[in-house]
Ligand binder design. Structure first.
Ligand code: NDP
Length: 430
């Protein structure tokens, strides 16, 4: 039903042509295009209602990564991001992966976690036994606090009890922590869960004779994971003077060093999050929650490691895999009234939350592939600086007509920096 042929050479089109191409390709309904007239802006009234002490709105470019084939379906990826080259890198990786079957994904059930943290519990093992005996009552109390989510088919459906021992090295006492697993359906669920956790505090205090310190969602969403994989033959990997086998083996080494060296792992994962944050933000989701959860998940072994892995298949193909917690939603927060978020969901075909997770994980893997392939071959700067040239031209004060001219000249000089951009601009304006 999608005609992606219309999106060919998307980057060479004007903004108006891109919007028309999205309509022709079947990703954007014609009736929705008016939303672009005012740049998908939120009104000052809405902005004022969203946060405290609001005085203006802060904009980011909203762009489209093309060529994504995920579980057999074509997608365009809306991205809100200030960094050049992220969209180009995602699109080029996706183009290659699409030629070999696209991304395959898997998601776990979407269970979000809430915590009540108890201190000063006098008889720990007794309290734990009592909590287990009262599991059904605890779940019922939580669900009564937010009946509408139960009506929709979700709600709390299990507890887990964790005992954190006293830790004299930091002077911390023991804690008894009760986790509630909650199906929040299409919502990320922070507010649903916070309401539930606060509601069950008195009951938990009564049952354990402990003191509740707090009740809140955990952003370490280990029960809401998404995985994307892709597979490429070595024949697809050759680049410049590097053979496909060399690129494959160097890329695998690059993933290995990011597994064993935290200094490399952080940058490796930052590259993954370049794409993930951009779609999470565009889709109106809470990117701080996703960031916090992702980096904690990268440390689950006790050491901070790569979120992705790249390995050699028996037949020599390169296989990439990325798993991370993705507590995103398709409703809730500002999603239902932010015109940019609305447009992002529309362009994605209004996926449900599980599908959106699958898409986001695929974007992260695409981003990772592009970064690693560039790093282990020509280096990241060649491609990046080419795109950065336009940003430098803008910073130097180039007008709309002058940007391309300055950028083209900048790419030919050895020292591509702001001073040189200004010099080039001065010469052009002479
Ligand atoms: P909302 O509070 O907006 O709740 C979503 C609501 O959408 C539900 O309560 C439900 O209300 C309604 N809804 C409609 N259709 C569905 C459906 N199919 N599935 C589920 N719900 C549906 O959003 P969240 O609870 O998701 O909270 C997200 C927000 O909380 C984000 O803005 C986040 O930034 C913020 N937040 C994050 C925190 C954190 O990460 N630690 C802490 C606190 C807040 P009903 O059933 O009543 O109609």
């Amino acid at each position: 039903e999608k005609n992606t042929g219309y999106l060919a050479q998307f980057y060479k089109k004007s903004q108006t042509e891109r919007i028309q191409a999205l309509i022709q390709a079947g990703f954007l309904e014609k009736e929705k295009q008016d939303a672009f007239d005012d740049q998908l802006a939120i009104s000052l009234d809405i902005a004022n209602g969203m946060i405290e002490n609001q005085i203006a709105t802060y904009q980011l470019p909203f762009g489209i990564a093309t060529n994504f084939l995920i579980d057999g379906k074509d997608y365009v990826i809306p991205m809100a991001i200030e960094e050049p080259s992220v969209i180009a890198a995602a699109s080029s990786a996706a183009k290659l992966v699409a030629q070999y079957g696209g991304f395959q994904t898997a998601v776990t059930d979407r269970l979000m976690i809430g915590q009540v943290i108890l201190t000063d519990v006098p008889h720990l093992s007794e309290a734990i036994a009592i909590l287990h005996d009262n599991e059904i009552e605890i779940i019922q109390a939580a669900n009564q606090a937010h009946p509408s989510i139960v009506k929709r088919g979700g709600g709390a459906d299990g507890i887990r009890i964790r005992e954190i021992a006293e830790d004299l090295t930091v002077g911390s006492p023991s804690f008894l922590i009760i986790h509630l697993h909650v199906e929040t359906l299409e919502a990320m669920g922070a507010n649903i869960i916070n309401t539930m956790m606060e509601a069950i505090i008195p009951m938990l205090e009564n049952l354990t004779n402990g003191n509740a310190l707090m009740g809140i969602l955990s952003n370490y969403a280990t029960e809401c994971l998404a995985t994307a994989t892709c597979r490429l033959p070595v024949s697809a990997l050759a680049k410049d003077n590097w053979s496909g086998v060399e690129v494959r083996d160097r890329l695998i080494l690059a993933a290995q060093v990011a597994t064993v060296d935290p200094y490399r792992a952080v940058t490796h994962n930052k590259g993954i999050m370049n794409g993930i944050d951009a779609i999470v933000l565009a889709s109106g989701n809470d990117w701080r929650a996703i960031e916090a959860g992702a980096h904690a998940y990268a440390s689950r072994s006790g050491q901070y490691r790569s979120l992705s892995s790249w390995r050699k298949a028996d037949n020599g193909d390169l296989i990439g895999e990325l798993t991370l917690p993705l507590s995103i939603g398709t409703v809730g927060g500002s999603i239902s009234f932010h015109p940019g978020a609305q447009m992002a969901h529309h362009l994605l075909g209004n996926p449900d939350a599980e599908t959106l997770e699958a898409i986001i994980a695929s974007v992260g893997l695409a981003q990772n592939f592009s970064a690693l392939r560039a790093l282990v071959t020509e280096g990241i700067q060649q491609g990046h600086m080419g795109l950065h040239a336009r940003s430098l031209a803008i910073s130097a004060g180039a007008s709309r007509e002058e940007i391309d001219q300055v950028a083209t000249q900048l790419k030919t000089v050895k020292n591509m920096n702001l001073a040189t951009a200004k010099e080039i601009l001065k010469n052009i304006q002479k």
